[in-house]
Structures are given as C-alpha cells and as structure tokens.
Design a protein around this ligand. Structure first.
Ligand SMILES: [Zn+2]
Length: 303
C-alpha cells in the first residue's frame, strides 16, 4: 500500500507579465543570493525559497495560423520517448522546411554555422546548421542565458551580429541528427557551448493569452527524483501527457528542482494523474492553473 502525500503551491508573479523584462530580471537578481543560500536538499528549505518565474522568451515561430508555435509534446525536455531516443535537452517545434525561425530575445549571435568542426553537442554534426544567441538575461542564480536553434536549413545571421527581438535567424530544416524538418530549441545557462548546461525551455517561454502552466517534481521519500514515469494532465477540454525527466544530462532549474512541466494550459482546473512504471495510476490530484502563472506541484511517493 502506498501512502501518498503532496504539497502544492501556486507561485505568484511578483510583477505584471507585461512589465516582465526589467522588473523580472531585477527581481531575479535580488533573489539570487537568497535562493542560492537556500538550496538545501530538504523539504523545509524548498518551502522557504522565494521563486520568481521567468517566462520571458518569445516563441521562435510566428504566432499565426499555419505555424506550429507550440512545443511538440511527444519529445519534451528530459523525455526519452520510452527509452527509444536519447534524453532530450531541448524542445521541438515541428514545421515545414523553410518555415522562418526568429530570435526568442534580442542578443548577440555567438555561433552561426554548421557544427561539423565545433563541438557544441554530444557529437560533431549533431545540430547541423545552428545559431546560438547570448542574451542580456540572467538565470535566478545569476548566470547568463543563451538560446540555441538547431537543424536549420538556411542561416541568415553571422557570428558577432546583434539581433533584435524576433529578428529572423534562418529557416527550419533537418540538418544534423534530425528525423524530418523541425526546430530544435534549447535554453542554456552559464556556458553557451556546453550541451550539459541546458534548462527546460518551457520554464522560459512566454505564456499564451490566458494560459499558464504546471511544473512539478515527482520524488521518492528520500527526496530523489523519479525518472521516466508518465504523468497525465487533463481537464474537460485538454489532455497532455509528459514523462518525468530521464537521467543523464538533463537539468532541473536549480531553484525550482522540477522534473516535469506542462505548459500552454488554458487557465482552469486540471487533474494530475501519475502512472507508475507498469502504467498503473498511483497518484491523483486536482490543481488550478492561473493565467500567466506556474502552479508548482511537489509529489512525494512513499512505499
Ligand atoms: Zn530536439
């Protein structure tokens, strides 16, 4: 018999979303030292951390009909497609070849070209034609934030160039290790060229109008993350499935310590259902998603 317990918190934006940039970054920096000092692996410390959301990046695909500007739910950050694929260190925007790709934020191009001679992934020629931008943006712990755009067909920028918000960077392709045309989008923190420094882009992308998201952690009683379990999030009108992060190079946000996220949820009530390794339901809870906010759910399973 399993005992189940969960703590649930809604995390409130300290600033209006429309004022996100200066306010959110300033807040993030003022809370950074406190957050770092509070990074203790105990439940008490987690509860005390003041968390600032950072959904500040534009979507790199045009927000119009005919374009897939939502992330592909079958291979989310940390996912493995039931161990068929390597653990995913970014998210996919699946679109037709030569769909334009835009800068998620203003910044400087620090890499533009194919990665046949520069190791920026697990192997050479992994991302194919790829652009990396450095942004004037810091993580909660104070590290610089970068975005990466992989598997491009054409590249329209060059290294050293400054780009504006939503400036065109190139077009979607399937260069490098890619099955079919799509954009592989990463957020990296601290070291632009180190593929082991990614974070979950869902925590960084802006919400749709009146949408919010759920982020959470699934742990055992020792506080260890449980890898690769399926979680279903559903309401009367929507159903999303996600797996908790696989192991390896995938990173939780050091402050949030999440191991799953489901973004792009219209505000409202959602059922969260956790399935164990054999697909048996093992935990159920109702959570409320507020517009432009993240509802954080911590689920601790014990035998
Ligand atoms: Zn990918």
């Amino acid at each position: 018999m399993r005992r189940r317990r969960a703590r649930r918190r809604a995390l409130w934006l300290a600033v209006a979303v429309l004022l996100w940039f200066h306010s959110a970054v300033a807040l993030a920096q003022t809370t950074a030292q406190k957050a770092e000092a509070a990074l203790l692996p105990t439940a008490t410390a987690i509860e005390e951390i003041e968390i600032v959301e950072h959904n500040v990046l534009h979507r790199p695909i045009e927000l119009t009909a005919g374009h897939t500007h939502w992330i592909d739910r079958t291979y989310t950050y940390g996912g493995t497609q039931q161990n068929l694929l390597p653990v995913h260190l970014g998210v996919e925007f699946v679109n037709a070849r030569d769909t334009p790709v835009y800068a998620a934020k203003a910044g400087r191009v620090i890499f533009a070209g194919d990665d046949s001679k520069a190791l920026i992934g697990p192997q050479l020629q992994y991302y194919g034609n790829v652009v990396i931008l450095a942004h004037d943006l810091r993580s909660l712990a104070g590290s610089q934030v970068f975005t990466l755009y992989g598997h491009l067909n054409e590249i329209h920028v060059r290294a050293g160039q400054l780009v504006e918000d939503l400036e065109r960077l190139g077009t979607i392709g399937s260069s490098g290790v890619a099955i079919g045309p799509h954009l592989h989008f990463e957020v990296r923190v601290g070291d632009a060229l180190d593929y082991k420094q990614t974070r979950n882009p869902e925590l960084w992308l802006q919400h749709y109008v009146d949408h919010g998201m759920i982020a959470g952690a699934l742990r055992n009683e020792e506080g260890e993350a449980i890898h690769g379990w399926r979680i279903t999030v559903r309401s009367d009108s929507a159903k999303r499935e996600v797996s908790t992060y696989g192991g390896g190079e995938v990173n939780s946000d050091p402050v949030w310590r999440e191991n799953f996220t489901v973004s792009d949820l219209l505000a409202g009530e959602y059922e969260i259902l956790v399935l164990d390794e054999s697909g048996r339901p093992t935990f159920f809870e109702i959570a409320r998603v507020e517009p432009y906010r993240t509802t954080y759910v911590e689920i601790v399973l014990s035998e």
